[in-house]
Design a binder for this molecule. Structure first.
Ligand code: NAD
Ligand code: GLY
Length: 366
């Protein structure tokens, strides 16, 4: 089945191996766009137990009709962060071995960030690296995790501790699939959209404030614009700093706190976007405490996130000391101590090293 797509926006990512992000409603049925990214005749479609029943057949049909003779096998994960493990990574590798996947085989990651991160890591490792096409189905995956090549699985000790940089061959974001996304997951994605405004584009933050209702209602025009603008930001950053030696760390605004909250809740409490929302408010408060930014900026950010029905405070029952301990394992911590992405105000983030424990504890406790 091939459908003509009315409006596709593309964003080019100028990585060492450049690729295109295609964004628009109906792209899942556009087998030609997907088939154009595949070099061989063999694909492993990796998806999860919620997404596959909704969309896997459509993708498989579109692909086979655009590329007759294409062999498409499947590997399904149980939905949720708890599946982003070495055990499921090993299962997916076994699936590739069982089907005799060759070097020109491709992984098609159909799902949210959990599927994308795990499938991307599998692609990075099989035969030292095969192609992975990301077909993100959550807003969070469209605006963040499918772009930039970070792939990983979690350990009980923390998130994303085992992984690799492995840029996708292409990203195909069908915004229509956001219609089936649970509202809580849509809001989680909006947290990452807000992040781009917070760290590097005050005008985008104004736009999000003005369009908050349309975004929350799932309006396709508003969401497509949010996805495209977010992807342009991410593409600009990763093109300059693909391996996070500098500027890319700014994309982790709110994540040091957020990852600690997720891990401390055993990955079963706030989801990633929600934890990042709380983390961004804490980073803004910490910035104010250190005298880097005005408290009114932190209040404005918290007000926007609350309007988007995202949490803005540390969940009850979590201890500040325990969160601080978790942060010591964060990938941004080094021998000199804790480093945070903080800001000088809306649209102006920077990395700050040597942040004293007392200031962090104070931000967590206010
Ligand atoms: P997720 O993959 O768990 O998806 C959220 C839920 O929505 C799941 O239950 C999923 O089955 C369901 N779902 C997905 N698409 C759907 C659709 N269209 N309709 C109905 N249900 C749907 O979560 P997520 O928020 O997409 O991703 C979070 C993960 O992404 C975390 O593991 C995080 O660490 C990772 N992440 C990675 C990067 C990166 O750069 N690699 C960046 C940000 C986040
Ligand atoms: N999500 C942060 C990054 O891709 O660098």
């Amino acid at each position: 089945m091939t459908r003509s797509i009315a409006k596709i926006t593309t964003v080019e990512v100028g990585d060492a191996k450049p690729y295109t992000i295609s964004i628009g409603p109906g792209l899942l049925d556009d087998g030609a766009t997907l088939a154009a990214t595949l070099r061989g005749r063999h694909a492993l479609l990796v998806s999860d137990g919620n997404v596959a029943p909704l969309y896997a057949d459509r993708v498989t049909r579109a692909l086979r009709s655009a590329k007759p003779g294409m062999r498409v096998d499947g590997y399904l994960l149980p939905a949720g962060e708890a599946s982003k493990t070495l055990a499921h990574f090993a299962e997916a590798i076994d699936a590739l071995a069982a089907i005799g996947a060759t070097r020109d085989a491709c992984i098609v990651a159909l799902g949210g960030g959990v599927v994308g991160d795990l499938a991307g890591f599998v692609a990075a490792c099989w035969m030292r690296g095969i192609d992975c096409v990301q077909v993100p189905t959550t807003l969070l995956a469209m605006v963040d995790s499918s772009v930039g090549g970070k792939t990983a699985v979690d350990l009980p000790q923390g998130k994303n501790l085992v992984g690799a940089f492995h840029p996708p061959r292409a990203v195909i974001a069908d915004t229509e699939v956001l219609l089936t996304l649970p509202p809580r997951e849509l809001r989680a994605g909006l947290a990452e959209v807000v992040k781009y405004g917070a760290i590097r584009d005050a005008g985008f933050l104004d736009w999000i404030e003005a369009n908050a209702a349309a975004l929350m209602d799932g309006d396709d025009a508003a969401l497509s614009e949010a996805v495209a603008r977010s992807c342009r930001h991410k593409a600009e950053v990763v093109a300059r700093d693909p391996y996070e030696h500098g500027e890319r760390a700014l994309l982790n605004f709110g994540h040091t706190f957020g990852h600690a909250i997720e891990a401390e809740q055993g990955f079963g409490g706030l989801n990633h976007g929600e934890a990042v929302a709380v983390g961004m408010v804490l980073a803004a408060k910490l910035s104010a405490q250190l005298g880097l930014a005005a408290e009114t900026d932190a209040a404005r950010l918290a007000a926007l996130l609350a309007r988007l029905e995202l949490p803005v405070a540390v969940p009850a029952g979590l201890q500040a000391e325990a969160l601080l301990e978790r942060m010591r394992l964060d990938k941004k911590a080094d021998a000199t101590g804790l480093r945070f992405v903080l800001w000088d105000g809306i649209g102006a983030a920077r990395v700050v090293a040597g942040v004293p424990d007392e200031a962090v504890l104070a931000a967590l406790e206010t």
